[in-house]
Design a binder for this molecule. Structure first.
Ligand SMILES: Nc1ncnc2c1ncn2[C@@H]1O[C@H](COP(=O)(O)OP(=O)(O)OP(=O)(O)O)[C@@H](O)[C@H]1O
Length: 508
């Protein structure tokens, strides 16, 4: 089937200092087509869609929309011409309700009652359940995304751009989203879709353009390829599957007993009586739908949230009342999920960011002064070991692509020789090859005798790396069980609490 052409991108080039983010990129999207933009971290996907959305100006090349020259100088202009975008990070106000948030993103919002009625109508038409009067702070990540999607749909877009939309969604929410996107496509709305989840690309997308280091290296029809084939087209070489080196488990390195802490996060989830132990050489995987206490658990383990001394123990030493620096000294490092703001200082260089959490353990101060030469060497070691694509260690963290910053931050924690390593979402936004190498490092550290806690929403990832498995539900942790032999049904039951499903089966 040939579709009338909607958008054509021709010979687009965009350079940043030290890196050509897009080099002579050409592709086109037909009306109603679901088109995937694929590529490893830093390949230039976000830069490309930012140019289409009017956030970034190309250095050279042309774009046409329905045959007419298309040169949006700002997003408002792109939106007026029918191009809408849903970002990876939502820009919503938690203390306002859904309709108020939608109004804030509109140029000429109608009166509130009319807007609420329109939101209801679009939400019903496209099967995206959403109550306009609910507070955004009470919504799940999937519901927040719906607010953004509905805000776009109210403008009746011809092209909807989505940047990694499923990384925050539960499997059920992914199904709902895909149904909506297919409906939009059948009505003639084209979708430009960025994702690292290749099975999803296979089920959803009609065509794909694959970028590597800023250039188009291949195009394909995703459903005619395997996920592995597409991943190999992206990286240009065969993929390695992580290998587990079986070491004997040692004594308990991290012990947590009956840990309850109030969430400091607005609309967060407090931890309720969390208990577990992790031995040297063991990886404990913690699953759960986002917002069930994952961020709070990370804070309580890193030392940003404190408790009674014996609630958290590192190698038998009580550290529950100690802060992050003292816990690092005691041998525990922690990597939070939010890489902008929490894990990294975006405006600081990679060298400075390396110092921020590694200064203590890597002995990067001398007589009260920062050892910048040593810190720089450490930053360079991370860049080499984790294949971080960057012009060098002096660039600001925010200039890295999302996945490359993630690789740097993982390397920073995994290369400190800690005996307890806690990571929330280790492969968030990283491509298949980088994800495999981060998982391999986690297994290697465990093989060397570290106790590792991996918190993730990616079940396949947890099954691949963890020896034992537990689930966080509304701030409570299930009893960890050996991963080997766990069936999907059992995992579903452990996760069930998050959706309140087990309640229906309780017999008094
Ligand atoms: N504002 C900026 N300043 C300097 N360099 C930048 C800037 N934005 C992007 N880059 C660089 O351009 C290249 C392409 O980045 P881009 O974010 O487009 O990649 P991506 O394919 O979206 O990656 P990811 O999958 O990791 O999100 C990267 O090398 C990145 O470091």
């Amino acid at each position: 089937m040939t579709r009338p052409e909607l958008l054509r991108v021709e010979g687009i080039t965009k350079a940043y200092p030290g890196v050509v983010a897009n080099s002579d990129v050409s592709f086109s999207i037909g009306e109603g087509e679901i088109h995937a933009l694929l590529g490893e971290n830093g390949a230039g996907k976000s830069t490309m869609v930012k140019m289409i959305y009017g956030l970034v100006r190309p250095d050279s090349g042309t774009m046409t929309l329905r045959g007419a020259a298309y040169t949006p100088s700002k997003p408002a202009e792109a939106r007026r011409l029918g191009v809408a975008m849903v970002f990876q990070h939502f820009s919503l106000f938690e203390a306002l309700n859904v309709a108020e948030n939608v109004a804030l993103g509109m140029e000429n919002p109608p009166p509130m009652r009319e807007l609420a009625a329109r939101i209801r109508a679009v939400s019903e038409e496209y099967g995206l359940p959403l109550d306009p009067s609910r507070m955004v702070g009470d919504l799940s990540a999937g519901e927040r995304q719906r607010v953004e999607i509905i805000r776009c749909l109210l403008q009746d877009p011809k092209l909807l751009i989505m940047d990694e939309p499923t990384s925050v969604l539960t499997p059920q929410e992914v199904e709902i989203l895909f149904r909506t996107l297919r409906q939009l496509s059948s009505e003639g709305t084209a979708i430009l879709y960025i994702s690292h989840k290749l099975e999803e690309i296979r089920s959803l997308c009609d065509e794909a353009t694959i970028l590597r280091r800023g250039k188009v290296v291949a195009t394909c029809t995703p459903r005619e390829r395997t996920a592995r084939e597409m991943a190999e087209l992206m990286v240009g070489q065969a993929l390695k599957t992580p290998e587990r080196r079986m070491g004997a488990k040692g004594e308990v390195a991290l012990g947590v007993s009956d840990l309850s802490v109030e969430s400091p996060i607005p609309f967060g989830t407090s931890l309720k009586g969390v208990s577990f132990t992790v031995a040297r050489g063991e990886v404990l995987g913690i699953a759960g739908v986002a917002g069930n206490g994952q961020d709070e658990l990370l804070l309580a383990l890193s030392g940003e949230l404190k408790a009674a001394p014996d609630k958290v123990r590192v190698a038998g030493q009580p550290v529950g009342d100690r802060g992050p620096v003292e816990r690092r000294k005691a041998g525990l490092v922690a990597a939070p999920e939010d890489r902008y703001g929490h894990a990294a200082a975006p405006d600081m260089s990679l060298v400075e960011n390396a110092f921020l959490t590694a200064g203590v353990r890597k002995g990067l101060t001398q007589n009260g002064f920062v050892d910048w030469a040593g810190t720089r060497r450490f930053a360079e070691e991370i860049i080499a070991a984790y294949d971080v694509r960057t012009p060098g260690p002096d660039v600001a963290a925010r200039a890295l692509s999302g996945g490359n910053l993630q690789k740097f931050l993982m390397g920073r924690e995994l290369m400190q020789g800690a005996q307890v390593i806690v990571i929330n979402q280790p492969t968030w936004g990283v491509d298949a090859a980088a994800a495999a190498s981060i998982r391999q490092s986690i297994l290697d550290r465990a093989g060397e005798g570290a106790a590792v806690v991996v918190i993730s929403q990616d079940l396949d990832e947890l099954l691949e790396v963890s020896d034992s498995f537990a689930v966080l539900n509304e701030g409570r942790l299930t009893r960890p069980r050996p991963t080997e032999g766990l069936t999907m049904d059992e995992i579903g039951l452990m996760m069930g609490g998050a959706h309140g499903m087990e309640v229906a089966h309780h017999v008094a």
